[in-house]
Design a protein around this ligand. Structure first.
Ligand SMILES: [Zn+2]
Length: 342
């Protein structure tokens, strides 16, 4: 057995990371949104950091429960620290990188992330009864704020499955609850449910209409009336959208043309996300699109070069394809490019 070592706390500030407070205030005022990209491996992290540096964008690196199970929370934390050094090495003098816990489900988990250097945590009590969600979120905020770590809460339930976060049906956020929730908990940002959902299969074909020109499925529009209701209640308060991948058809086509089988994958159209980014929505979570970009490039490379067995030869193109996707999101969807001070 290992001897129990007394762990000392690590502050994210020593690691060169930042919290979300100033970043979100600027994004809300500037009418853009910060990208929150999930990562669980080196190639993905390299692609995210290269994209953020080349476009001069702030960025949120997200660690989900699934990522912690896959890659280990401690390793991911050191990778985020490495990301700051890597960005500086690429010539970015003042990178703005947040290390964020995605969907924290307990106080203990949030505390352990804060203690090891995360600069932001989400406490997701959205599946709990309202008063329990308030109590849990408040407890996390009280601990986090002692260390200047920012906290994202959630009201309303998203449909879909992603990394053990699963719900059959979505329940839109009730705008009449948000002021009470934010006041009682003291949270720094709020994830709301307006029709986005987790995963690459966000809607059933029955929920969609068919585009007569392309024959492709068009999802139902987001509930912008709910978003407007929330903004009216909480003017200028940072709002977060989860489950906001667009599921690019060309990546799905590449996967299916090279031995894959993704049927009826549907995401959120980018023009709707562009509209949301201009509002109080200041953090948009994107995970599935990066998975699709990675898988498409790996399948294509292996199909074209069946004798290849050096992982760098197919993970390299996968990294390139993810980087291209991240740059596209930053520049064409979120509008967070050229926002770093030099
Ligand atoms: Zn989520």
């Amino acid at each position: 057995m290992h001897k129990l070592i007394q762990k000392t706390m690590v502050s994210y500030k020593e690691l060169g990371l930042v919290n979300t407070r100033e970043m979100f205030a600027k994004a809300v005022n500037g009418g853009y949104a910060i990208p929150a990209f999930n990562f669980n491996n080196m190639e993905q992290l390299q692609a995210i950091v290269m994209a953020a540096v080349e476009t001069k964008s702030p960025v949120i690196l997200q660690v989900s429960k699934g990522a912690r199970n896959y890659a280990n929370q401690t390793l991911l934390r050191y990778m985020a620290e490495g990301a700051v050094g890597y960005a500086k090495e690429m010539g970015c003098e003042h990178p703005e990188i947040v290390l964020h816990l995605d969907h924290g489900d307990s106080f203990e988990l949030c505390k352990s992330c804060i203690d090891m250097g995360f600069s932001s945590v989400m406490i997701d009590g959205s599946a709990l009864p309202y008063e329990e969600n308030v109590a849990l979120t408040k407890k996390v905020v009280e601990y986090a704020h002692q260390y200047d770590v920012t906290v994202e809460g959630e009201l309303g339930v998203l449909a879909g499955v992603e990394d053990e976060v699963a719900a059959e049906e979505s329940h839109y956020t009730k705008p009449e609850e948000v002021v009470d929730f934010v006041t009682k908990t003291g949270c720094d940002s709020l994830a709301i449910s307006i029709g986005t959902s987790h995963g690459a299969f966000k809607f059933t074909p029955e929920q969609c209409t068919v585009d007569p020109e392309t024959g492709r499925l068009l999802p139902p529009p987001l509930a912008f009336d709910v978003l407007e209701g929330v903004e009216k209640q909480l003017p200028g308060f940072p709002i977060v959208l989860h489950g906001s991948s667009s599921v690019p058809q060309e990546e799905v086509d590449t996967i299916n043309a090279n031995g894959g089988c993704l049927k009826a994958a549907v995401g959120i159209p980018e023009e709707q996300l562009r509209k949301a980014a201009k509002s109080a929505v200041c953090k948009i979570n994107i995970d599935s699109d990066s998975r699709l970009a990675m898988t498409a490039a790996i399948r294509k490379t292996l199909a074209e070069k069946p004798a290849e067995f050096d992982p760098r030869k197919y993970l390299g193109p996968a990294r390139d394809n993810m980087k291209k996707l991240y740059i596209h999101k930053i520049v064409n969807v979120l509008g967070s490019d050229n926002k770093l001070i030099h």
